[in-house]
Design a protein around this ligand. Sequence first.
Ligand code: GTP
Ligand code: K
Ligand code: MG
Length: 354
Amino acid sequence: VFLLRKVLIASTTEYHLGLLKAKLAKYRAQLLEPSKSSAAKGEGFDVMKSGDARVALIGFPSVGKSTFLSLMTSTASEAASYEFTTLTCIPGVIEYKGANIQLLDLPGIIEGAAQGKGRGRQVIAVARTADVVIMMLDATKGEVQRALLEKELESVGIRLNKSKPNIYFKPKKGGGISFNSTVTLTQCSEKLVQLILHEYKIFNAEVLFREDCSPDEFIDVIVGNRVYMPCLYVYNKIDQISMEEVDRLARRPHSVVISCGMKLNLDYLLEKLWEYLALTCIYTKKRGQRPDFTDAIILRKGASVEHVCHRIHRSLASQFKYALVWGTSTKYSPQRVGLTHMMEHEDVIQIVKK
Ligand SMILES: Nc1nc2c(ncn2[C@@H]2O[C@H](COP(=O)(O)OP(=O)(O)OP(=O)(O)O)[C@@H](O)[C@H]2O)c(=O)[nH]1
Ligand SMILES: [K+]
Ligand SMILES: [Mg+2]
């Protein structure tokens, strides 16, 4: 009896916690709604997307974001020893391996940014539109900076270096809640899932856990507007710390150590950034000729043959008959494919017009 009581108490706590988290997530979702005052100010935050990918520089004031932008691009962004030197979004372009990567310098953010401290909300709104976030940290300051910034981004639905939870979720018109899982669940139960759904006024849905997810991850799936983003933690100013410290920071997951002041390790950072962007390079080939490996078409992951056509010429998709593709995206090389075929990194394509 005692044991049963303990189990019951434990699961009651679990339900309360699950429910509380659902409520909190709802409250936080409201924070994501654009506030009129910050939208009205504008202040150059509506920077046009350009190039093949977008990288946002997020960090506390004076960690060296602007110094970095000025080093890596031909754009100059004012850098100074005082905090909040940068007040708007300043775009630059990194040219690397034939790709144009848009790098955005942003104002420094501080704790409470998501709630509207400083220009935090605008900065975070820009971060959401990026393909990769570079979280720049001052190597001379403690680890607490990193945790605080992670919390700020988490609180507005940005998930760093995580993949989308493998849960199938489909709201329905009727039929109640059907719950299934393909794996043993240690953090969620059918009852908890139901409670959480009720909190969101969802009474009919199909739910299938294909992974041992937490209640938070399930809430993320229901809320739906989460962004799953690769993030590189870049520790700057390593010219100011001990060798032991450099060694320790460099070994942290997803981390790169640099010194903008001494121009140290910047090429390694570029290599890592390229890896995190995971862009798809496609080579074209004319009939009876070798592929042109000198000029790749660079696309985001998940690009189709149609995307390739648009990149070559605006009207090509309408004249398209079929394409021959060599590479990992096809079973045979070459394989005849249509416009919807999904391309993979380093595929070769030959397009045949009508
Ligand atoms: N020692 C050292 N100082 C650096 C390094 N990189 C930048 N700094 C200095 O750090 C200070 C702040 O640099 P900024 O580039 O203005 O920093 P920021 O992150 O853009 O700052 P805000 O725009 O105010 O948020 C400047 O005095 C830079 O010279 C570095 O690698 N080592
Ligand atoms: K500064
Ligand atoms: Mg700056």
